[in-house]
Write a protein that binds this ligand. Structure first.
Ligand code: BGC
Length: 434
């Protein structure tokens, strides 16, 4: 009884101090103030701070409407310590499109495999309701001149097959190279979703290239994919043997290594910076310091990022890492995608940044990018930031498979969430609101 009273009093005090801090970046989770000795242990913290006031970061899947792309600001500003960490989807999409176009221009004398005068490509789409996937489809269609406008933007719908060039959602593009005009055609595109509902599905992409190549293989001059997981699956199933350049996104280790064997190129979305930011915004809130600490402003260990690797959009409460193209020219610099980014690789001192417990989920344990690149990076940074993280891997299909495993949020000091569908933020915030 007496203990309960103390806890209640502390809760009131914390409430007051949070109000007093205002928007100064003061954390409502108060890990460092006076009299919080007991609060530095996970469970005591959990008892002191309401779950709805604990630091929360969304990452890789931005809370947004999957049909319109409109940001879900209620989720993005759930509490004063809520942020999103991702990357600049439009800048990356433009880079991917330009990388493919540059490749065609540089290899024009050998690219048209059957000599029909049409440069044909096929496109693997990750998730028609994921804004990163939509941006990449648009970026490629824009650069190659195959996009058509719909509602003021480039249509990003998959077309099925289009070997005769009659599909409505794309058009034949024209590229003028060395004074000669070439037609570019999107021969086929498909959302790579498996029968159980998992998107960005590499195995589905491997099957699709099998089907496409057996019916119109000699027309395929280029393979493009919204990510490396699907791209590598198509490369291994068909394009490597047939010497057809294949382009992906993410710069996963296997894809970067495959550039030496004919994989056309990929885009690094600076996962090393994203993984850092994902944990850093939580660390800062837990320490009750300004959110820019160790990001735009050097921290006590010397960690700092320069503005050529990320941007912060305050209105969207979102950090976006910037992308870099990885091709035959520079891939040697990208061979280890799980290495921490050197400027932010300094260990935080445990006395000033005491150990905290974090719950973190990955929407699909078999997503190549998240499991092969992002999670290993998070695991490298969690030690450096004294965060003890429980990693939960979902099935990529249902939110409940993940939320069922957040039975006791009170055990944790902070949360990092990767949703199955970008529309579903409320499934998580409802749990924290209870
Ligand atoms: C990555 C994909 C990944 C997806 C999952 C994207 O940012 O590029 O590879 O499958 O996120 O949400």
């Amino acid at each position: 009884m007496k203990k309960r009273l103390v806890v209640l009093t502390m809760a009131v005090l914390f409430g007051l101090s949070a109000v007093a801090c205002g928007s100064e970046g003061g954390s409502s989770s108060g890990g460092s103030g006076a009299g919080t000795e007991s609060a530095s242990t996970g469970s005591a913290d959990g008892g002191t701070v309401a779950n709805k006031d604990k630091p929360l970061v969304w990452f890789n899947r931005q809370p947004s409407n999957s049909s319109t792309g409109e940001l879900d600001m209620a989720a993005l500003s759930f509490n004063e310590d809520t942020y999103y960490v991702g990357f600049d989807a439009n800048q990356g999409a433009e880079l991917q499109g330009t990388m493919v176009k540059d490749y065609i221009e540089a290899n024009i004398d050998k690219i048209d495999r059957n000599g029909d005068g049409v440069i044909g490509y096929v496109l693997a789409i990750g998730d028609i309701g994921h804004n990163d996937s939509i941006a990449r489809t648009r970026g490629v269609r824009k650069a190659l001149g195959t996009g058509v406008e719909k509602d003021g933007d480039i249509d990003s719908e998959p077309i099925g097959t289009n070997t005769d060039g009659s599909a409505a959602a794309v058009q034949d593009g024209t590229l003028e190279i060395n004074g000669k005009e070439y037609t570019v055609r999107e021969l086929a595109s498909q959302e790579m979703k498996n029968s159980a509902g998992a998107t960005w599905d590499a195995a589905t992409a491997g099957n699709a290239i099998g089907t496409w190549s057996s019916s119109f293989g000699d027309q395929i001059d280029i393979v493009v994919s919204n990510n490396d997981g699907m791209g590598m699956s198509m490369f291994n199933a068909w394009s490597k043997d047939n010497k057809v350049p294949t382009f992906g996104y993410d710069a996963n280790n296997d894809a970067v290594a495959a550039i030496a064997e004919g994989y056309g190129g990929t885009i690094s979305q600076h996962a090393d910076v994203q993984a850092y930011l994902t944990l850093r915004v939580l660390r800062n809130a837990l320490d009750g310091v300004d959110v820019d600490t160790g990001i735009g402003t050097a921290d006590d260990a010397g960690n700092v990022l320069t503005d050529d690797v990320y941007v912060y959009n305050e209105e969207e409460r979102s950090y976006y890492a910037l992308n870099v193209a990885v091709t035959a020219e520079n891939y040697q610099d990208f061979t280890d995608s799980t290495k921490v980014y050197e400027p932010v690789s300094n260990q935080l001192d445990e006395s000033a940044h005491p150990s905290k417990k974090v719950w973190l989920d990955i929407y699909n344990a078999s997503d190549n990018f998240l499991s092969a690149t992002y999670q290993p990076l998070l695991q490298n940074y969690d030690d450096l930031m004294n965060l003890e993280i429980d990693y939960i891997g979902g099935d990529g299909q249902t939110e409940s498979n993940i939320t069922n495993r957040l039975g006791n949020p009170g055990q944790y000091d902070a949360f990092a969430i990767n949703m199955v569908k970008t529309d579903n933020a409320a499934s998580y915030t409802a749990l924290l609101n209870q």
